[in-house]
Design a protein around this ligand. Structure first.
Ligand SMILES: [Cu+2]
Length: 68
């Protein structure tokens, strides 16, 4: 199982965290997404398309970039 890390900016509260988590877990191939507010980050477990993950975050109104 793979693990993808994203930096997520724009989240301000627990509601944002839930919205991003739900969006990421809705992407095909994602088994579980762990999103944290401080620092803004997401760890995605599964095998999912990176562009689809980033688009899911963007569609919720937040910004995602690959965390190396
Ligand atoms: Cu919020």
């Amino acid at each position: 199982m793979g693990e993808i890390k994203l930096k997520v900016t724009g989240m301000t509260c627990a509601h944002c965290v839930r919205a991003v988590t739900k969006a990421l877990e809705g992407v095909p191939g994602v088994i579980k997404a762990e999103v944290s507010l401080q620092p803004g980050a997401a760890v995605i477990h599964g095998e999912a398309d990176l562009q689809a993950l980033m688009a899911a975050v963007t569609n919720e109104g937040y910004h995602a970039e690959v965390q190396t």
